[in-house]
Design a protein around this ligand. Structure first.
Ligand SMILES: [Zn+2]
Length: 345
């Protein structure tokens, strides 16, 4: 039976996305900080497969291909000119292979991915054609390898996002386009995110919204404006790094790119975020840079998306056999009291 498509799933309820790839793979030693290009799909395919798998096991219903920054122009800047085809094809194959491991329920969708190119320049009319070709080239390869829908993400220029929308629609699959809200949350042309969402919806985009740069707390108020501005589906994919009130874009802090670890958010705020997003009427709830499997798992739990029942693990004889039981159960409290220690409760 063919898998249910993204639009059918969205019509039935919240669709739950995955997390961030490049920064986590940098942390694991497979990606170079700074350029953050995605050649890991050909240099360390197993590392990428494993990260996809972690998100899927944590409950993600969509895996995004790691083709962020996989345009020919961006790859050329780091000496990877000519590798565009190989990187894009490998990334889709890897995501598909992992998605195929989930055979129960509705299965997991694979979203093709295009992103900001750094080639768009509103003062140079020829740049639109260059950007269009970069997107078309990536999407042709991703379509050949087999994707279920298209995500265009992390746009600062609405103009570039609209080109991504056009290329995605032309490819003939459902399209999601998300803008990246900087410290000044407007697009670089000066449009509010509500206005960007309206224009993307008018261009035929199926799912509009925001991703990257800000944490959930600094993204949700903007999502509220986006939700009110459009009647199509909306998506939210914030980062897993703490945003400062005066400088919410984590890339603009001195911690970026080599000292992000202390900014990484704990898991609990992501559970709260998922519930707030659902209650706000957000249809596609995921996350971006800095959000790893435990954030995804905590969100899935909060949304009732994790089908795995927690198994019984306490022994029938009632004996304490873990620090958790010693510190957090009545039997543990008895033992500690006998040893003259008050348990931490
Ligand atoms: Zn991101």
């Amino acid at each position: 039976m063919p898998k249910k498509g993204i639009l059918e799933r969205l019509s039935e309820g919240v669709v739950f996305g995955d997390g961030g790839y490049l920064l986590e793979l940098e942390k694991r030693g497979y990606v170079q900080a700074g350029p953050f290009t995605p050649e890991v799909s050909i240099s360390r395919p197993q590392a990428l497969a494993e990260l996809h798998r972690e998100f899927m096991l944590a409950g993600a219903e969509v895996l995004q291909t790691l083709t962020y920054y996989a345009s020919e122009a961006k790859l050329q800047t780091v000496g990877l000119g000519g590798k565009m085809e190989e990187i894009n094809r490998a990334a889709v194959r890897i995501a598909r292979e992992v998605a195929a491991e989930k055979t129960d329920g509705d299965g997991v969708l694979v979203a093709g991915n295009i992103s900001n190119t750094w080639e768009y320049d509103p003062d140079d009319p020829s740049s639109a054609d260059r950007v269009r070709k970069l997107f078309d080239d990536q999407l042709a390869l991703q379509m050949e390898e087999g994707i279920d829908f298209i995500i265009g993400e992390t746009y600062s220029w609405l103009g570039e996002a609209l080109i991504a929308a056009e290329c995605g629609k032309k490819a003939g699959l459902p399209v999601m386009i998300t803008m990246a809200p900087d410290n000044n949350p407007n697009s670089l042309e000066g449009y509010s995110q509500a206005e960007c969402a309206r224009r993307l919806e008018a261009a035929g985009v199926d799912i509009v919204g925001l991703n990257c740069l800000r944490d959930p707390e600094h993204t949700l108020p903007l999502m509220e404006e986006v939700r009110a501005a459009v009647s199509c589906y909306v998506a939210c994919q914030p980062v897993g790094y703490h945003s400062h009130d005066d400088r919410p874009n984590f890339v603009s802090t001195p911690n970026f790119p080599l000292a992000l670890d202390p900014l990484q958010l704990p898991r609990a705020p992501f559970a709260e975020y998922a519930v707030r997003a659902r209650d706000m009427g957000i249809n596609y709830i995921g996350s971006c840079c800095g959000a790893v499997a435990i954030h995804t798992r905590e969100m899935a739990r909060a949304l009732g998306k994790l089908p795995v029942e927690e198994r019984q693990w306490r022994a029938a004889d009632g004996k304490v056999r873990s620090g958790y039981e010693l510190q957090h159960t009545d039997r543990g409290a008895e033992i500690l009291a006998g040893a003259g220690q008050a348990p931490e409760r």
